[in-house]
Design a binder for this molecule. Structure first.
Ligand code: IPM
Ligand code: MN
Length: 356
């Protein structure tokens, strides 16, 4: 019997990206050896340095090349000397749009041993998933500017959603809630009291689909401002939250801090029918670059999510359990430079658990 093999594109990217990716790869290699599959990794040089060196952001040929992989693992994009927006739009957002990675899956789980900023909340209270729509909303870039630099400057940035985009995201979220089989509850996060076009569309589509195809899944609705309060006060209420791109971006940073911060929060940019990309939620952290102090656990968790999406769910669980063992027994403080271990030592600890 031939073992399964997967072609993985690896984009270490900027800042601390390469350091955390190195550890994620270490853990993936440990899983590979134990769980009987093989990964062929191909590295892509993208990010601020290439841009400064060559003027290239994401050449079309590279983008085309990425389509030929089973999955993509990304470290971080963002460079202190390059104006915000250029690399983010040119690399991360362009990959999301062109590969149609229409789901941004962000698990929010407080691991044992991790200090939580919320009073009296522990791992039994914080375990939910945000399904963030990843291709529409203000992220489409629809808008423009007129009379720039004058007192009459007009700036416009439009939130845009099609029924098709909303439906495919909702279907993913309902199905996810059913498969997860926890509280079998899907909460829509919107702003129907102000965004009376866009979130009216979401709300109608949500109830229509739920009524027709997912009667077994309980439906809830929260305004985005209110959900920010409840995510702090009663995170145990949540199971699966579905929302648009912009609100999803914002509430998942809030959620991340309740699970220990960006050192641990991972995300998957998913096209359920195509090539998906996995990344730690944190950025390139220039001030920690090259110091071997950044927390690699988020990148390691992103690698675990990647395995799950590839169908290697047993290995994916082993990665998560390895990370949980490390947070419970070794690394209590997840902040860069305060872990009590170096970046590579944390990678070693998880890899050893996964290798068994
Ligand atoms: C994220 C990031 C990105 C986003 C940026 C870097 C474009 O904040 O993945 O949450 O806004 O989606
Ligand atoms: Mn964000």
């Amino acid at each position: 019997m031939s073992q399964k093999s997967y072609k993985i594109a690896v984009i270490p990217g900027d800042g601390t990206g390469p350091e955390v990716i190195r550890e994620a790869v270490k853990v993936l290699n440990a899983a590979e050896a134990r769980y009987g599959f093989s990964l062929t990794l191909t590295e892509f040089d993208l990010g601020g340095e290439r841009y400064q060196r060559t003027g290239e952001i994401l050449p079309d040929s590279v983008l085309q090349g990425l389509r030929g992989f089973d999955a993509i693992l990304l470290g971080a994009i963002g460079h202190p000397d390059i104006k915000p927006g250029i690399l983010e739009k040119g690399i991360i957002l362009r990959i999301r749009f062109e590969l149609d990675l229409y789901i941004n899956l962000r698990p929010v789980k407080l691991f044992p041993g991790v200090e939580c900023p919320l009073k009296d909340k522990g791992p039994e209270h914080i375990d939910y998933v945000v399904v963030r729509e990843n291709t529409g909303d203000v992220y489409t870039g629809a808008g423009g500017v007129m009379m720039k630099g004058t007192p009459h400057e007009v700036a416009m940035q439009t939130a845009l959603y099609t029924r098709y985009q909303v439906d495919r995201c909702l279907r993913y979220a309902f199905t996810f809630a059913r498969r997860r089989n926890k509280r079998r509850t899907l909460a829509l996060c919107g702003k129907t009291n102000v965004l009376t076009y866009v979130y009216d569309l979401w709300e109608r589509a949500f109830h229509e689909m739920g009524e027709k195809d997912y009667r077994d899944i309980k439906r809830e609705y929260y305004h985005v401002d209110a959900i920010c309060m409840w995510m702090i006060k009663n995170p145990e209420w949540f199971d699966v939250i579905v929302t648009g791109n912009m609100f999803g971006d914002i509430i998942t940073d809030l959620a991340a801090i309740t699970q220990g911060g960006l050192g641990i929060a991972a995300s998957g940019n998913i096209n359920p029918e195509g090539v998906s990309m996995f990344e730690p939620m944190g950025g390139s952290a220039p001030k920690y670059t090259g110091k071997n102090v950044i927390n690699p656990l988020a990148a390691i968790c992103a690698g675990g999510m990647m395995l799950d999406t590839l169908g290697e769910s047993v290995a994916a669980r082993a990665v998560e359990e390895g990370v949980m063992w490390v947070t419970a027994n070794k690394v209590r403080n997840l902040a860069a430079g305060q872990m009590g271990y170096s970046t590579s030592q944390v990678g070693d600890l998880v890899a050893r658990q996964v290798a068994g």
